[in-house]
Design a protein around this ligand. Structure first.
Ligand SMILES: Nc1ncnc2c1ncn2[C@@H]1O[C@H](COP(=O)(O)OP(=O)(O)OP(=O)(O)O)[C@@H](O)[C@H]1O
Length: 574
């Protein structure tokens, strides 16, 4: 995850060295105080000599601390830079269907503030933790060297802190297991609440949206439970620290009274023991701090280890450009769930317009997604240009397709830039020509800044029909050999409808068009119709006349559509 892993070793080394110096400085208290008490030099140094040693160690510790902090920041910045790049690469390799997964939803939160917190692990947490651990080791070794009995007393307290660190971390993990799923659920409900305001207000439920209130209640209860787990961990750790301090003072005092330890060094040892236990307690807190960052690292790992769809290293040869073929394709969105498509087979010859029709939920959009390789089929083969989509690079496949879906997403850029994205090298004349054909020129004329008007995030400054017109202009400009078009199910106003119909007529003269059709007109004009049944199978295929002549579901579907759309016209007529 780091572009210069070799920078980590010096950072760890600096932190460890810092700990050793701090440990020695702490342990030097024992000979210094002994020299003070006896008035005689200890190891050749009198009190003044020891004070100079303290000053030298303090200066060395300061220098090392500065060096290690600089190194740690370097590693943290390197980590942040590398991880952003890795996530970017990983996201670009993911199948389009990946973006509908909850993991992808977490992505924006992750790359904005959570990565900073992960960077802090390197900048502020690892270094001090290593320093404290090595300082403890240095103090214990020095104490053994000075007086094995004191070394033994300090060593005995370490397992207690290891146990308390493990218990506190386990309590924290337990709390998180209870609390996190409720947090995710609550976040989803809040977004739902914001997005469904229109529907909720029309039902008079904007004040009391029961699913959100329930989620709030559950999240608050889970948060309390999780807080209690954490508090118990902190209380336990605090109590154990105090108990160890009392035990150390008691043992040292007893040894001093028994004459095993001289009183002044015993006092110095108590001071050292206090500092020692506070360092151990800081290690426990540091370990718990790292534990609290674990979900972040797990989420990061989830993104970085998501498998991209396998792709060949180089584009393959297209034996039948402009064609689409599905050969006994079956698919379900999740393993073990009901298949959405069952053994679907049909082909779309180059230059033809084929309409996909069928009841809601029959799998029409799913077919378009498999052709664009949002997902891979579970069984069967999807071919585009005569070559299975699995044997094409993403670039090769996308180069053949233009997609105009119902939920068109526009970038918060100018109207012109949103069309130009179809073919960035297109001239302004070509952009205007495509826009004219799709009826976007009229939109530009209406907007205050004309072609330079920004369309808002997702294109919300435009109506659904207008957004689709922009997407069609994009497709016209791209001039891809195949266009996948999902016709709007909702009624479009007359102007939008006329523009879209005209643009589709134009598109079919230059490209193969597979259209998920809902309008009578489009269906009747298609060269071929594929009718799906409600179980995701192909019910019938042929021309409109052939299918009508067969009777069956298509004929009934056509009657119902005629009735519905005829009824609509009667309704709006004066
Ligand atoms: N991302 C998804 N995850 C799980 N199931 C899905 C997903 N998208 C669609 N489905 C399910 O797959 C089935 C087919 O959906 P699809 O959108 O392909 O149907 P459709 O024929 O296009 O419907 P409509 O005409 O209403 O748009 C439906 O039962 C739907 O609930």
């Amino acid at each position: 995850m780091i572009s210069r892993p070799e920078a980590i070793t010096p950072a760890i080394f600096a932190a460890a060295l810092c700990g050793v110096v701090e440990g020695i400085a702490l342990a030097a208290l024992l000979p210094a105080v002994s020299s003070l008490a006896s008035g005689a030099p200890v190891w050749g140094l009198d009190l003044a000599g020891w004070l100079i040693v303290f000053a030298a160690l303090a200066a060395l510790s300061f220098g090392l601390n500065y060096w290690q902090a600089k190194r740690a920041y370097g590693v943290a910045l390197d980590f942040l830079e590398s991880i952003h790049r890795l996530i970017g690469d990983q996201v670009a390799k993911q199948p389009l269907g990946w973006f509908a997964r909850p993991l992808a939803g977490k992505l924006s939160r992750m790359v904005s503030n959570e990565l900073m917190q992960a960077g802090e692990i390197y900048a502020h947490m690892f270094g001090p933790l290593i320093t404290k651990i090595t300082s403890v080791v240095a103090v214990v070794l020095a104490a053994w060297f000075w007086n094995p009995l004191l070394g033994l007393i300090l060593t005995a307290s370490i397992p207690v802190f290891i146990v308390i660190t493990l218990v506190s971390s386990a309590l924290m993990r337990r709390g998180r297991r209870v609390h996190e799923p409720e947090e995710v659920n609550l976040a989803g409900r809040i977004i739902e609440f914001a997005q469904c305001q229109g529907a909720l207000r029309s039902c008079g439920q904007s004040d009391h949206f029961a699913p959100l209130e329930n989620a709030l209640g559950r999240s608050s209860r889970a948060k309390k439970q999780s807080l209690w787990s954490e508090i118990i961990g902190f209380l336990l750790s605090g109590m154990v620290t105090q108990a160890v301090i009392v035990a150390l003072i008691t043992v040292t005092g007893t040894l001093a009274v028994a004459g095993t330890l001289a009183p002044i060094p015993a006092l110095a040892f108590i001071g050292l023991a206090l500092r020692f236990t506070s360092t151990l307690s800081a290690i426990t807190e540091g370990a718990m701090g790292l534990e609290s960052r674990r979900p972040l690292l797990d989420a990061l790992e989830g993104v970085l280890t998501s498998d991209p769809l396998p792709e060949p290293p180089a584009p393959g040869e297209l034996s039948a450009p402009g064609t689409i073929e599905l050969d006994r394709v079956s698919f379900s969105y999740a393993p073990g769930t009901k298949p959405v498509l069952r053994e679907v087979s049909f082909s779309v010859p180059a230059g033809s317009m084929v309409a996909l029709v069928g009841p809601s939920g029959s799998g029409k959009t799913t077919i378009a997604r498999l052709i664009s390789r949002f997902y891979d089929a579970d069984a069967g083969t999807v071919r585009v240009g005569g070559l299975p989509v699995r044997e094409q690079t993403g670039e090769q496949l996308m180069g053949q397709l233009s997609m105009v879906f119902q939920d068109v997403y526009l970038f918060d850029e100018s109207l012109e830039a949103n069309i130009a994205i179809g073919r960035p090298e297109a001239t302004q004349e070509e952009i205007r020509e495509a826009a004219d054909l799709a009826g976007v020129t009229e939109i530009a004329e209406r907007l205050p800044d004309g072609w330079n008007s920004r369309v808002g995030e997702g294109g919300r400054a435009l109506s659904g029909g207008e957004r689709q017109r922009v997407a069609i202009a994009r497709a016209l400009l791209k001039r891809s050999p195949i266009v996948l078009l999902d016709e709007a199910t909702s009624a479009l106003d007359v102007e939008n409808e006329a523009h879209i119909v005209a643009a589709v007529e134009r598109l079919r003269t230059t490209a193969t068009v597979l259209i998920i059709a809902h309008r009578l007109d489009t269906i009747a004009k298609a060269d071929r119709i594929i009718a799906l049944d409600e179980h995701g199978g192909v019910e019938a295929q042929g021309t409109h006349e052939e299918l009508l002549a067969q009777g069956g579901t298509y004929a009934r579907f056509w009657d119902r559509l005629q009735e519905a759309q005829g009824w609509r016209i009667t309704e709006v007529a004066p």
